[in-house]
Design a binder for this molecule. Structure first.
Ligand SMILES: [Zn+2]
Length: 324
């Protein structure tokens, strides 16, 4: 498995680290064709969370293909997140390479489910893994490299790793706390992965003190939890899930807090927005999610884009001229 996006000459990026179906095997029978390009946004936004290290789709897109398609749809910058050690190294190498698109930024962390595996010493295929401290030390080192704008994704996941498994639970909490400390040390925002763990995430953030810029990536809480987060000065990033038919609670959360502390993301290649749910996802599909955000908040699409862009630029300190 390649761990660097760069070839020997340092020019063209190498293929992604892995195929989506390696971790999402139920997908092997799904429609793997890329959805058509949507109508471009009237004002550009930034995709603040995607995973360019994953391959997906019946046609292989390079990093440059994803960036070009995004730009054509009105998504003029992206933050790519590396969340296990292979992806962390790939992301750091991509951002350091001469060939890296100018509009691309990144973030790295040990994902909560990965933290549990590092604590066990092996991955799901039984391959040996370094200890959690060593993994976080490498993340800390690479976050100091070029193009890194966020510590993430970290947090707690009681869906894929049971809360009742004490060793895993403690590993996730230790890892979350270490990443909170790292965000403060490096003065970077923190992107939180919170799956079925709202109460515990809140408890850790309150105990340790949240970094000044704290973002709930792929926000999944209800209206009460959204209010709780926004009142504490935190940011909520909405993914394609907000377009899903069964996501009434999520739309109620967005309606509750409005646009003030909201951002948009794809979490690509996952969470493809309606009407293409289940097919491959990439930043160029954000217009579908933005359409829903505008509708739910009762805002015109252009105004919603302007507000979200301004928030995203502030949180990640993108300079005005980021878009290449
Ligand atoms: Zn993600």
């Amino acid at each position: 498995m390649p761990s660097s996006p760069q070839n020997q000459s340092g020019a063209a990026p190498m293929p992604p680290v892995r195929d989506r179906e390696e971790i999402d095997p139920r997908g092997s029978k799904r429609d793997r064709s890329w959805p058509p390009a949507p109508e471009p946004l009237p004002f550009p936004v930034i995709d603040n969370h995607c995973h360019l290290d994953f391959a997906d789709g019946d046609e292989q897109f390079s990093v440059h293909d994803h960036v070009a398609r995004a730009a054509a749809a009105g998504v003029d910058a992206q933050i790519t997140i590396g969340s296990d050690l292979d992806a962390v190294r790939w992301t750091a190498a991509l951002l350091a390479s001469e060939d890296c698109p100018a509009s691309l930024r990144g973030g790295v962390a040990v994902h909560p489910n990965e933290a549990a595996l590092h604590a066990r010493g092996h991955d799901l295929q039984g391959r040996e893994l370094v200890g959690l401290d060593e993994a976080i030390a490498e993340v800390s080192e690479l976050l100091r490299g070029p193009g890194m704008v966020v510590v993430g994704e970290t947090g707690l996941d009681w869906f894929r790793t049971s809360r009742d498994d004490e060793k895993s639970r403690n590993a996730q909490i230790d890892s979350f706390r270490a990443h909170i400390a790292l965000a403060k040390e490096l003065d970077l925002p923190l992107q939180i992965h919170d799956r079925d763990a709202h109460r515990d995430v809140l408890e850790v953030l309150e105990a340790d003190g949240a970094p000044e810029r704290t973002v709930f990536h792929c926000f999944s809480g209800d209206a009460d939890f959204a209010r709780t987060c926004v009142d504490r000065g935190w940011y909520l990033s909405f993914a394609g899930t907000v377009t899903f038919k069964n996501a009434g609670g999520l739309r109620a959360a967005l309606a509750e807090v409005g646009l003030g502390q909201i951002m948009v993301e794809t979490d690509a290649p996952f969470l493809t927005p309606v009407p293409y749910r289940g097919r491959p996802n990439s930043s160029y599909l954000i217009p579908h999610t933005m359409q829903t955000i505008a509708e739910v908040t009762g805002t015109g699409l252009e105004q919603a884009c302007r507000t979200i862009r301004a928030t995203t630029q502030d949180v990640y300190r993108f300079s005005e001229g980021v878009a290449a």
